[in-house]
Design a protein around this ligand. Structure first.
Ligand code: ADP
Ligand code: ADP
Length: 224
């Protein structure tokens, strides 16, 4: 069962007099519970692929199918609303809100969605437990280590139980040992929640632990 599917996706950028083709008929899909590594050099188009899959950017051609529904070419408002419910993002830098505690950061997307605070708090606490930082919930981001901050960012990304988790170098800012531990928690979370995850990483050891590895070649997604 395909959770997300890219079909014939094209993305072009105009840079001055030049037209850059980044995605050129890209085909890709993720199944439930699957974790796939996206490994490609800088500038190859990883962010473009993640942003298109995550409905942040519209494909110039082709489409993004989420749980059977064609979404890539819907209006900005429609894509934003689908994105808030069905897509979780994690970036290299956590983008947590500094004035809120860890647990509040994980509660926020749920409150925006309309969940009652008690429910949001319970789920946030559980997610922090899964990420093995249950005891750090009351701390602000600045009081947490880099690895702990990324654990919170991952918990926040899945707070609304998205279908798909998209991550752009989620441990790129961490030392290898910390990165490996954060990944252990991320793996466990993906496996137990039945999410599908596409994770861009330069770390070959971590890529090797995922179910599959893909790269970008001539604007297409190909096995690595
Ligand atoms: P990666 O994430 O693999 O480093 P990106 O998807 O960020 O690659 O970028 C791929 C190429 O597209 C780069 O050459 C980049 O300069 C170009 N690019 C990305 N976004 C834009 C944009 N908004 N306008 C013009 N060019 C862009
Ligand atoms: P919200 O209103 O909840 O912030 P958004 O639609 O603005 O929702 O964004 C949803 C997710 O996409 C957030 O994780 C946000 O950080 C990310 N995001 C929004 N815009 C961009 C962008 N231009 N590039 C990369 N990520 C983005």
């Amino acid at each position: 069962e395909k959770i997300i599917e890219l079909k014939g996706v094209e993305r072009h950028y105009v840079q001055g007099p030049r037209k850059l083709t980044i995605l050129n008929g890209a085909e890709f899909s993720l199944r439930r519970g699957e974790m796939v590594a996206l490994v490609a050099p800088s500038g190859a188009g990883k962010s473009t692929l993640l942003h298109t899959a995550g409905l942040l950017e519209k494909p110039d051609a082709g489409d993004v199918i989420l749980a059977g529904r064609a979404c890539g070419r819907l209006s900005d408002d429609a894509r934003t609303s689908i994105r808030r419910n069905d897509i979780g993002f994690v970036y290299q830098f956590h983008h947590l809100l500094p004035e809120f505690s860890a647990i509040e950061n994980v509660m926020l997307p749920q409150l925006v969605k309309g969940l009652a605070p008690a429910e949001a708090r319970a789920r946030a606490g559980q997610l922090l437990e899964y990420m093995q930082i249950g005891k750090r919930g009351q701390h602000r981001p600045s009081e947490l280590s880099g690895g702990e901050q990324q654990r919170v960012a991952i918990a926040r990304a899945v707070a609304n139980a998205p279908l798909v988790l998209l991550a752009d170098e989620p441990t790129g800012n961490l030392d290898p040992v910390t990165a490996s531990y954060v990944f252990d928690a991320l793996f466990a979370l993906v496996r137990q929640s039945g999410l599908a995850a596409l994770i861009a990483t330069h770390n070959h050891e971590l890529a090797g632990r995922m179910d599959r590895r893909v790269t970008l070649a001539d604007g297409k997604v190909v096995p690595l």
